[in-house]
Design a protein around this ligand. Structure first.
Ligand code: NAD
Length: 262
């Protein structure tokens, strides 16, 4: 499937799932605006990796999504880079902070809600008018199995990811008649830097090596005994951008090795 002539904005695309998605869409001819909170210098390796197979153009804008003003500036820069608008928005950036609810700092709650939920709302609001004009658009939100099941110590993460599923349905309804789809993906464990602190915490708590902790956390907790690879989530995003997914909107697709049906 070619994405030649299409434009994409992918948040959190200097690592993990976002980087894999930027690489895949760009390899299919899409011009991609890569964005992350890292400086251009610190994003160099990721940009080199994405460009190594890119057919479409790759741009980078640094943006800390915790800051509303920086999200507004990202929208302005996106308009300069792609004056005809964004065709594909992937709200991928996400952060985590673990603590029991009575020890969760309000500051962390606010940061998580801003990055995981408010920024996707702001960016969706920004890209939809041009999509409506073109009669085509794709919005993919990366939620989590935590929107379906519940773990300890994750109140803001679970609240924001559940909210993101609600936002997905709301945006899908408001754009359904305009050739725009909005879907969410709910992954379970995926091998990326995001889960490293949880692996470390699990290893320390259970007196295990990091490798043992990974097996205990990921493999043993998943009925298929498999962990997602970032490229597999990217593949699902590509499918959601394809003509075969043209009439699929407002859905949340679990990619969880049967974790949520146990
Ligand atoms: P990751 O840590 O590699 O990616 C998260 C991205 O978000 C990074 O590129 C990071 O730079 C960016 N980011 C973090 N804070 C930011 C900020 N303040 N401003 C702008 N960007 C910021 O991890 P990942 O696993 O690839 O995460 C991608 C998405 O997948 C996240 O939304 C995460 O919640 C979700 N997810 C991951 C897993 C998993 O097991 N890894 C499972 C379910 C859902």
């Amino acid at each position: 499937m070619s994405l030649a002539g299409k434009t994409a904005l992918i948040t959190g695309s200097t690592s993990g799932i976002g980087q894999s998605t930027a690489k895949l869409l760009a390899a299919r001819g899409c011009s991609v605006l890569v964005t992350g909170s890292r400086s251009l210098e610190k994003a160099t390796d990721a940009l080199q990796d994405i460009r190594s197979t890119a057919v479409g153009a790759i741009h980078y804008v640094q943006c800390d999504l915790r800051d509303v003003k920086q999200v507004e500036e990202l929208c302005r820069r996106a308009d300069q880079i792609f004056p005809a608008g964004i065709d594909i928005l992937v709200n991928n950036a996400g952060i985590q902070h673990m603590a029991p609810v009575d020890e969760m700092p309000l500051e962390k709650w606010n940061d998580l809600m801003q990055v995981n939920l408010t920024a996707p709302f702001m960016l969706s609001k920004h890209v939809v008018p041009a999509m409506k004009k073109k009669g085509w658009g794709r919005i993919v939100n990366i939620s989590s199995v935590q929107a379906i099941m519940t773990h300890y110590n994750k109140a803001p993460y679970i609240s924001s990811k559940t909210g993101l599923v609600g936002l997905t349905r709301a945006v899908a309804m408001d754009t359904a008649a305009f050739g725009i789809t909005c879907n969410a993906i709910c992954p379970a464990w995926t091998d990326t830097p995001l889960v490293a602190p949880q692996v470390k915490m699990h290893a320390e708590k259970n007196n295990m090596s990091l490798d043992e902790a990974k097996i205990d956390l990921f493999t043993n907790a998943t009925p298929t005994r498999k962990i997602n690879q970032p490229a597999q989530i990217a593949g699902m995003i590509l499918f959601l951008c394809s003509p075969d997914a043209d009439n699929m909107t407002g859905t949340s697709v679990p990619m969880d090795g049967a974790m949520t049906i146990q």
